[in-house]
Write a new protein. Structure first.
Length: 137
């Protein structure tokens, strides 16, 4: 028996599951699948599932989605195609990361080639060329 821990799901809160499915489907190039009767939509990102959860549930509007406090990082084979889709969705970050534009494909000081975006709910996402991943090892 192994004591190894495996991350298998990350939840992003949204208030419009159809809008979230459309946004993430276009950005990730994978529409994923709706989970019936659960106010959830799953997109499988390797061993980790990105779960889009509608916090308004059964039509109540009292709950607002909370954004994650930091970025979620995606390793991708074709960084340019993801950047093109992000640009078309007008979600590229206008922030600065270590003196360079976060929304542009840039080699970061730690060696990763990446760019940053924000989803319509304020969550930060970073896309990294899989050949440049810095894992701390």
């Amino acid at each position: 028996m192994s004591n190894r821990t495996n991350l298998f799901r990350i939840i992003l809160q949204v208030d419009d599951l159809d809008k979230a499915e459309d946004f993430y489907g276009k950005l990730l190039g994978d529409r994923g699948r709706r989970i019936p009767r659960a106010s959830r939509h799953y997109i499988y990102c390797g061993p980790v599932t990105l779960a889009l959860v509608d916090v308004t549930g059964e039509g109540t509007i009292d709950t607002k989605p909370e954004q994650l406090p930091d970025y979620i990082y995606f390793s991708v084979a074709n960084l340019e195609s993801f950047h093109t889709r992000a640009k078309e969705l007008n979600c590229l970050s206008d922030e600065d990361v270590h003196g360079a534009s976060a929304g542009e494909i840039v080699k970061r000081p730690w060696g990763e080639l990446s760019f940053y975006v924000h989803d319509p709910w304020g969550n930060g996402l970073c896309f990294v060329d899989k050949n440049t991943l810095f894992t701390g090892k």
